[in-house]
Each structure stands twice: as C-alpha cells, then as structure tokens.
Design a protein around this ligand. Sequence first.
Ligand code: ATP
Length: 223
Amino acid sequence: MPLIACFGGTFDPVHDGHLEAAKEVLTRARCLEVRLIPCHIPPHRGEPHASPAQRLAMLELAVADSPGLVVDGRELTRAGPSYTVETLRLLRRELGPDVALGWVLGVDAAATLDTWHAWRQLPELAHLLLLERPGAALPASGPVADLLAPGLTDDVADLHRVPAGHTWWVRQAPQAVSATAVRETLAAGRSAAHLLPVPVWAYIKQQGLYGYHDVPGHNAESE
Ligand code: ATP
C-alpha cells in the first residue's frame, strides 16, 4: 500500500537538517509524499520567534523545488495544543484504511515519546520513522523502548504491508543543525546561510527574523 510520511515540528525555522531528512525519508521509505506539519505553539511560548504565518511561509519556500515534499498547515488552524495522535486520527479518517501512515521524528523527540498525549496509541495510528541525530539516543529500556521494540523492522517493505505499527530507522547521515543553533547564530549577529535552504535565508533577512539586522557588518559574513 502507498505510504504517506508526516514530519511534525516547530520549524522555527525549518533548516537543512529538516529538509535533508525529509528527502531521505521520501526516497528511502519509498513514500508517496512527505508532509511537513508545523505545530501550533501556545502564545505564551511563541515569543520572540517567528509567527505561525512566517513558519508556514518558510516551509513553503523550503519545499518549493522538492517534488514529493508538501506542507500541511492543519495544526496551525486548530485551537489548543497540537496533539500528534489527534492529527494522525484526522489523517486516517481522510485517507481511509488502505494507506500506510508514517510519523517522522528525531531520536531526541522519540526519547521522550512517553510524555506525549495518548502516546501509547501512536503505533496504532502510524509507523514511527526515526531520524538519527548527533548526541541523542533512545533509552535502552523503559516505556519508550517497550513501545518501540515490538514493531522494530529493518525491512522497508514492512512499512507498505500494514497501515501502522512498525518502528524503522531512516539511517540518513545525521546532521548537527538545529533551529536553536540557527536562532542563536542570528542573535549573535552572524550569518546562518550555511544552515538554511537558500530561499529561507532570504526570507529571514527580508523579514528581519530572529534578530537579523540588515546593517553593514551584522549577520553579513558568508552570504
Ligand atoms: P529546536 O532547536 O528549536 O528544538 P529543532 O531543530 O529540534 O528545533 P524542530 O522543529 O523542533 O527542530 O524538530 C522537528 C522534528 O525534527 C523533531 O522530531 C526533531 O527531532 C527533528 N529534527 C530537527 N532537526 C533535526 C536534525 N538535524 N536531524 C534529525 N532530526 C531533526
């Protein structure tokens, strides 16, 4: 059956680590598409970063030249916290039972999966597609290990045999970039061009995001 992978995150901003990972998932897992799904951030946590509209705009720019990568803004218009189980339930309802769903997440996020809302239901709704990330690892035992271990597979064909339930490592080359590093680099007055898709960097400069200042000598190196 066809597989649609969903890649949720804050994307504040989307960076090369996200984009490379999404492309790797698309080809390695033989997906119909990879949907990048920015989450809603409660207003008290949002400042001083980009607005939902800006995070969405950066994602649209990032995927514009990448067939198979699409942006799905559904969580931004849903009031309240963005629960992944809720998003997956809605997608399953829309797509029906004959499409496999994958939820892509970095190993840092997977390590704390047991703090997510209704986390035990996640494997019932989707395959979990894990991205390696420098400096992060899954716990060897405990609730997260217990959740993921039964569905573990190395065979990508398994992801197409059943609609949900497997755990699969993408095994892409790990990328050290993070959105925190992008924001800190910009706030320190340095260029973040080397961490971002070209049109996203142009947008950040144009919008003056994350402390970017368009003055000589500021955020100017390696442009
Ligand atoms: P922040 O630094 O603000 O926490 P982030 O770079 O981790 O942000 P998010 O948008 O929070 O980015 O992450 C969305 C998802 O992408 C998470 O599952 C996260 O683990 C994963 N991810 C982010 N960056 C990478 C990367 N470089 N390699 C693999 N996975 C990544």
